[in-house]
Write a protein that binds this ligand. Sequence first.
Ligand SMILES: [Zn+2]
Length: 450
Amino acid sequence: MPVNILNLSGLDVVDFRETDTEYHVRATPKVISRLCPHCGRSNDTVAHAKRTLVIRDIPSHGKAVVIHLDVPRLKCRQCIQTFTASVPEVDTGREMTERLAKWIGRQSIEYTYAEIAKQVKVDEKTVRNIFDKYVAVLAKEYQRETPIWLGIDEIKLKRFRAIFTNLHGRSLIDMLPDRYVSTVTAFLASMPDKDRITHVAIDMWSGYRRAAQEALPNAKIVVDKFHVLMKANMAFEAVRRKIARESSNGAGLGLKRAHKLFDKRAKDLNDEQYLTVSGWLNTFPLLAAAYDLKERLYTIYEVKTPEEAWGEYLHWESTIPSELAKPFRVVKTAFRNWKPYILNYFDDQRVTNAFTESFNAKVRAVYRNGRGYTFERLRAKVLYTDMFQKRARMQEKVRVRKQKFEDVAMVRYMCLATMDDEYETRIQTRVVNLGADLSTLEQAFDSGKF
Ligand SMILES: [Zn+2]
């Protein structure tokens, strides 16, 4: 008789056999539950027959593990129905040990359903079901701090997905399967303490604006500076590509591929790059005019007040030469449609987004890379992997009833001032989870270990 190779205290191993790919273990339960699942009241049963259940367990030494478990069929004397006795540590419904279900849950964040299904020898649907339940449990336990400044952005993983960031924390709070107004609104409305959000930075997608207005009526909506400037880059790019196309056999040779160089600010070019760029600008006056417009739009963001910014913008707009009116219409449209939200940036606090294009590109690359990420799995890994979590100490004023002793784990109170006999205001320090740290995530993407 083999020793209990299963290391499951509730089962006695009676036989053991090994093939190239599987361990087969015959076992009997030490204890069974006789409670009738039909009437739910009676323990009064008689043994009716025997049945051998085929139960999967965690793979061992690279082989799948199958337990042939002999359990009695019981008949309830009260309701005269028969049932299979339930066994501790065994999920009879799923035909696997409870520890296997847990193991699959953990693995399903790291590996594809197909990989796990193959290793354990269960079907993919079973793995998916366990994943869904496992993630639902994680989601319930997961508590993120609602930010003061919230960023909403999107990433295209097959379709657009809304992304939420904590702008001060530079961390990712959540990502949704789509970016529909209803989905985004529901998410915003569900955030705990959502009234603490004072600013929401968005791109110029009206769905985000409507969702924020609906769910966060007191928060100030700010169009992210980066997205405004991107419009100027787009306009310039349209001009550059047109010129490159029309003169690709002559002086425009090479202009086609100069995207990166022109994307930079003029002040960020090194001497060599500057020479190349100015060479093209000297050859093509229209390109020079478009470049000048793009560069000058950036300077609008150097002023101090909304009024100054609007004045600067109007001046900028008046200098668009008629030949460039068409490509630069995207900038005009943006300013005309989004004026109050663009100008909100110039109020007291400068809110800009934490979510960058390079981060965006890295997530897309990971998604495409053939590790078989579904959106749900990618999201679960980003949000629930412990090493990505950004934790911070938060201090806040709380009114509490006076107590003599308090020493809750990780929470320390300091008495500040006594307000009245019963209550006092204290500064409370809490350790909070800000979500997934964007730079830690970016390092994981870069290292190829994600
Ligand atoms: Zn019964």
